[in-house]
Design a protein around this ligand. Sequence first.
Ligand SMILES: [Zn+2]
Length: 95
Amino acid sequence: MAIDLDDRGRALENEYFRRQEQELIEKMKAKIGTEDSHKTEIQCPKCDGTLHETDYENIKIDVCDKCTGIWLDAGELAQIAHKDTEGGWFGKVFG
Ligand SMILES: [Zn+2]
């Protein structure tokens, strides 16, 4: 009888963890889904072109494939300006 109760307890415990695991997987899937859709289709704020993420010295910049506009997230401008204060392409464009 004691053994039966133990088994039942273990079964409930397994079910509990299985459900938690399932919830976690669903949350991760949802997160991955939104990140994917965000990454693949970013429209240029200036024209109807698409922005493509490019690395510039380990800083992610978004370049439009139509008007070749360059878009930066908050803080990225400061990072590039800091790295490229003298003589770089960024200094020439904005200096
Ligand atoms: Zn554009």
